[in-house]
Design a protein around this ligand. Structure first.
Ligand code: SAM
Ligand code: SF4
Length: 303
């Protein structure tokens, strides 16, 4: 298994398959990749890099973006990646807008799970946050994902002071008794001014949920994330900011939509381009070397 110089195994890949998006969320960090060459990897290129990573021990692949469902060939990408030897789980993070029409074909292509972003169910607030989109379509997407067997559906809720921090319990109630996990996510800087205004620390809320939880589960290789069960719902907290435990248990390597390995969400200065050499005819061994170089660049951001 591939390990970085801090002893952290690299077992998961987060692959951005497009920078394009149909939403304009006010807080979006675009997976830490604001600049892109404007090129996108083909399904074959994505499959090839995943195969190289899987040979080195990667077992989970998450497809993300931008908005991954904007790619017309998204089911082909899923089909190719899920057939790679060694890959045990292919999942996707989506804003859910097009999920109603894609859920079944994605499932058939081999997708196991989805994370759907939903910060509020208030139609007006949702429109304001996303740049004019309709929340009902996202809710329909979540229902379609559950019906298609993409379970559990993880609901990504970025918690923001004064925008939705008082909506958490309502959200829990809404998804209680369904095969979902509510992921409460701390805002990370993407848009500086927005971050300063709306950052909401989740420690207190987590302590409160922990007090009422019926069961607690710790997930060691997922940033030491804790899952709580209460009132028929499951809740997880994602708190990357100034959290050395989050970094210490990070097993993830990222790939940008324009074909570069990205060792850390929080950094833009140590990316390793593999798509240029791939397109110039690099061998698998040469590409593997680039992947190893990116892994050697991995360093806990908060330590
Ligand atoms: N477009 C897809 C979506 O929205 O789910 C996938 C890409 S989006 C960048 C991936 C996740 O990052 C979403 O759940 C989104 O809410 C979250 N995200 C974006 N900007 C963020 C920020 N500044 N802080 C915390 N989470 C953020
Ligand atoms: Fe960013 Fe996802 Fe919102 Fe698009 S939908 S702007 S990628 S958070």
């Amino acid at each position: 298994m591939l390990k970085d110089s801090f002893g952290r195994p690299v077992t998961s890949l987060r692959v951005s398959i497009t920078q394009r998006c149909n939403f304009s969320c006010r807080y979006c960090h675009r997976e830490g990749s604001r600049e892109a060459h404007g090129r996108e990897m083909t399904p074959e290129e994505i499959e090839r890099v995943v195969r190289i990573a899987a040979r080195l021990g990667v077992r989970k692949v998450k497809l993300t973006g931008g908005e991954p469902l904007l790619r017309q060939d998204v089911t082909e990408v899923v089909r190719r990646v899920s057939r790679v030897e060694g890959v045990e789980e292919v999942s996707m993070t989506t804003n859910g807008y097009l999920l109603e029409e894609y859920a079944r074909s994605l499932r058939r292509a081999g997708l196991k799970r989805v994370n759907v972003s939903l910060d509020t169910t208030d139609a007006e607030k949702f429109r304001w946050l996303t740049g004019g989109m309709r929340v009902e379509r996202v809710l329909a997407g979540i229902r379609a994902a559950l019906e298609a067997g993409l379970k559990p559906v993880k609901i990504n809720m970025v918690v923001m002071r004064g925008i939705n921090h008082e909506e958490v319990m309502k959200m829990l109630g809404l998804f209680s008794g369904t095969d979902t996990v509510l992921q409460l996510i701390e805002l990370v800087p993407g848009n500086g001014e927005f971050f300063r205004k709306y950052f909401y620390e989740l420690d207190e809320l987590e302590a409160e949920i922990a007090r009422h939880a019926k069961a607690v589960r710790r997930r060691r290789f997922m940033h030491l994330r804790t899952q709580y069960q209460l009132n028929g719902a499951r809740v997880e907290f994602v708190k990357p900011m100034h959290n050395s435990q989050f970094c210490a248990h990070c097993t993830r390597l990222r790939i940008t939509a324009d074909g570069r390995f990205k060792p850390c969400l929080m950094r833009e200065d140590n990316l390793v381009d593999f798509l240029t050499p791939m397109r110039k005819g690099a061998s698998d061994e040469e590409l593997e070397e680039l992947l190893r170089r990116a892994v050697s660049e991995r360093k806990p951001f908060f330590s």
